[in-house]
Design a protein around this ligand. Structure first.
Ligand SMILES: Nc1ncnc2c1ncn2[C@@H]1O[C@H](COP(=O)(O)OP(=O)(O)OP(=O)(O)O)[C@@H](O)[C@H]1O
Length: 531
């Protein structure tokens, strides 16, 4: 038992030792584990710290990264916004461009259509032009033919026109009675104009006494180429005269006399109320304008129109006054007050009349002619103040020389138009000269020249039978030698006063006019430039 016990005890002690051993090992193990746990804790702490540090670092880095990322993001966003804006702008622009493109395409297509249309039109036009050109060539040929015919017709017209003039007689006589002037208030003569449509007759009724002493009424009737009553206008007179202007351009010397007593209307008929001023337009003259401005306007206008038919004309003019048988140049430089006036000689050579030292001005427009007439008129009025109404006591002669040549037909002509305002025709007893020797001399000179004019016309009327034509008997007839006679066309415009008191002078003027009208002057001859 004891042994058992001892063994048991030994076993138990062995067991206890083993258990102790085990406990020790366990304790060591526990210590070890505790140390290890401590270590683990420390390590865990360290690790935690490290983790914390690393987390902090990581957080910092993350924060930085986030900031950087945020910055970048912002930058990207800004870039993105910009890009978006750019893209939007581009889209807008593209939209616009595409609209513009569409518009342009539409325009382009419209333009293409237009170009096509124009090309078609051009082709048509070219075709038409070709047709027109062909037609033009035909027309040109026709025009050349017509021009030739026209030239022939123009030459024929000239010939016929002048033949008609010849048939009518180269001296024609018109009578014009002026209206009563308001301010005069004189009693008027009894005058009748029978057959006013024909306008060729005038009748003057004059109270008288028969041999037995009974009161009678005498009627004087006169027939002329035309009679103008007091209502006739300046235009009416010119209408009857203008064919003579055509004759001047055709190369015929033409002379128009205004004859009549002082105050009967000679200057009114020739010049009219005031010459056109510098503002005058070549296409018109005033209603009051007389024969000279109208003739000048017509001559220049007709010369211009004849350019188409190959004619080219040169005009030149002079203005002379014959006072007491002496010639004064109204365009000359000499002082009109001078006591030693320039002496002018009249020369006739080859059908042309020239006056020595007289100014002849080249005239290229109607305005220049009017300037010439105003100059002459101013000069005449200076003389008039010196010589008391000298204008009605002198003859004024305006001469327009017209030279023409036709480069196509080689025709040429050279003629003068003389427009003569004669001195008052009243008889010596009525001239108011009385005992005034100056007035007497004037009246004698006027009488001489007017009776010489009648003699010349009468001698011309008698043709060769008269033998000698007394041109030299007065300065007037000598100056107008080539404008009278067979080589010219002459028109006498007899001015008449309607006043009863002037009846005697009116009848005398009409008798003189009748004498002239009864004269048949030989055939007018065209003057060629070379003659
Ligand atoms: N047909 C007419 N109509 C209106 N007035 C006229 C007419 N004829 C002449 N007269 C006027 O009569 C007056 C005299 O005319 P004008 O001076 O023309 O006469 P004249 O014969 O030339 O005279 P002179 O011999 O003195 O030069 C002027 O006042 C003029 O205006």
């Amino acid at each position: 038992m004891a042994a058992l016990f001892d063994r048991e005890r030994a076993n138990t002690e062995a067991q206890m030792a083993a258990e102790q051993q085990e406990r020790k090992k366990y304790s060591e193990r526990v210590t070890q584990l505790e140390e290890s746990l401590e270590e683990q804790k420390r390590l865990a702490k360290e690790s935690k710290r490290e983790v914390g540090r690393r987390r902090t670092l990581f957080d910092d880095e993350m924060a930085q990264l986030r900031q950087a990322h945020a910055r970048e993001k912002r930058a990207w966003e800004e870039d993105l916004d910009r890009e978006r804006n750019t893209v939007r702008a581009l889209k807008d622009s593209m939209a616009q461009n595409s609209t513009a493109h569409l518009t342009m395409e539409a325009t382009n297509s419209a333009l293409r259509t237009e170009v096509q249309r124009l090309q078609d039109q051009l082709r048509e036009s070219q075709q038409r032009t070709a047709d027109v050109e062909a037609e033009l060539i035909k027309q040109r040929e026709a025009v050349v033919e017509i021009e030739g015919e026209l030239r022939e017709a123009e030459s024929l017209r000239r010939k016929l026109h002048n033949e008609i003039q010849e048939l009518r007689g180269n001296i024609r006589v018109f009578a014009r009675m002026r209206p009563a002037l308001q301010h005069q208030g004189n009693s008027l003569a009894t005058v009748r104009f029978p057959n006013p449509k024909e306008a060729r007759s005038i009748e003057i009724l004059s109270a008288g006494e028969s041999a037995t002493g009974t009161a009678t009424m005498r009627t004087f009737q006169f027939d002329f180429d035309h009679v103008f009553g007091p209502d006739a206008t300046q235009r009416d007179v010119f209408d009857e005269v203008q064919h003579l202007m055509q004759s001047v351009l055709d190369g015929y010397n033409t002379c128009v006399f205004a004859y009549g007593q002082t105050g009967s209307g000679k200057t009114h008929t020739l010049e009219g109320s005031g010459l056109p001023t510098a503002n005058y337009e070549a296409s018109s003259v005033s209603e009051g304008a007389g024969l000279i401005p109208r003739a000048v306007q017509m001559l220049f206008a007709t010369a211009e129109a004849l350019k188409d038919k190959g004619w080219s004309y040169d005009f030149s003019g002079s203005m002379l006054e014959i006072y007491n048988e002496t010639i004064n140049d109204l365009l000359g430089k000499a002082d009109p007050k001078s006591t030693t006036p320039v002496k002018h000689e009249i020369q006739h050579e080859k059908g042309r009349t020239t006056v020595s030292d007289a100014v002849v001005l080249p005239l290229s427009s109607p305005q220049q002619v009017f300037a010439l007439l105003s100059r002459a008129s101013a000069r005449r009025s200076v003389a008039a103040t010196l010589m008391n109404e000298r204008s009605s006591r002198s003859h004024s002669v305006f001469t327009l020389r017209v030279r023409g040549s036709n480069s196509t037909t080689m025709e040429s002509c050279d003629a003068t138009l003389s427009l003569v305002d004669l001195a008052g025709s009243e008889r010596l007893a009525n001239s108011g000269s009385g005992d005034d020797p100056r007035r007497l001399k004037e009246a004698v000179s006027i009488n001489k020249s007017l009776s010489s004019l009648a003699d010349v016309i009468a001698a011309l009327g008698q043709g060769k039978a008269a033998g000698h034509v007394p041109y030299r008997n007065s300065t007037l007839t000598w100056l107008l030698k080539n404008s009278l006679g067979g080589n010219s066309k002459t028109l006498m415009l007899t001015s008449l006063s309607p006043v009863a008191e002037h009846l005697g002078e009116t009848v005398a003027s009409l008798r003189f006019a009748k004498l002239v009208n009864g004269t048949i002057i030989g055939t007018a001859k065209k003057v060629r430039a070379s003659e």
